[in-house]
Design a protein around this ligand. Sequence first.
Ligand code: SAH
Length: 254
Amino acid sequence: MTLSPCRPGHHPLWRTGLLCLLLGVLAPAAATDEFARQRAQLTQEVAEQARHARHALPPAGFDAAVLAALGKVPRHEFVPPERRAQAYANRPLPIGHGQTISQPFIVALMTQLLELKGDENVLEIGTGSGYHAAFLAERARRVHSVEIIAPLAREAEARLRRLGYDRVEVRLGDGYYGWKERGPFDAIVVTAAADHVPPPLVAQLKPGGRMVIPVGAPFLTQELVLLRKERDGRVTQREILPVAFVPLTGGPAR
Ligand code: SAH
């Protein structure tokens, strides 16, 4: 049987109308439930993966609040429509312009390492799809995110507005230089790989603040580095685990 209830045909109007209404309400609700189920499954997989990466995480693994963000942020809204079916696979996905949305495990890990309590002013470099910014907004008071590719910045900004992430502010610009007017920051996360830690970012970090950044040669594996600015201004660094990120472009001409 072909079902085309939404085209007015020979059915009495009230019947087609009712069917349209039912499908209009039930079909999206069913899809929403399916995505929620996939998110719950992803949350479980990431928590499981944490057991194999104990050295990278606190002894108790992920905070419940970080796992809750995985179960809440609608990743399918941040990937291109043709990738929606894979949105909740625990891997990176292309988002156009040669860029990728990071693997959920890595998003959770980077967020965990920042030790957010909920009242922080956070800077993200590399907005991309806006997923990680939304994720951070679940854990912090304000998120400022800088993106260097204009269409990505524009689309992420519109997407975050549409989804109600009002505590995220996106700016088009070169994130190598941070966002001085919105600083200093309690936490900084860089989601593209640099061959050195940009000094302007260290300068915009508050004493006691933390930064997570992949450091290493572009197009090879890099090392995820956790940097801490001590209360006396000294900077300490710890290597967490090998990662593969797209390169951080911009910065001073070499
Ligand atoms: N956090 C993103 C994934 C980022 S991919 C997400 O959740 O989807 C890395 C992003 O960094 C890309 O969008 C790339 O354009 C951006 N980028 C690279 N160099 C940059 C720079 N100097 N300043 C700002 N963004 C930069």
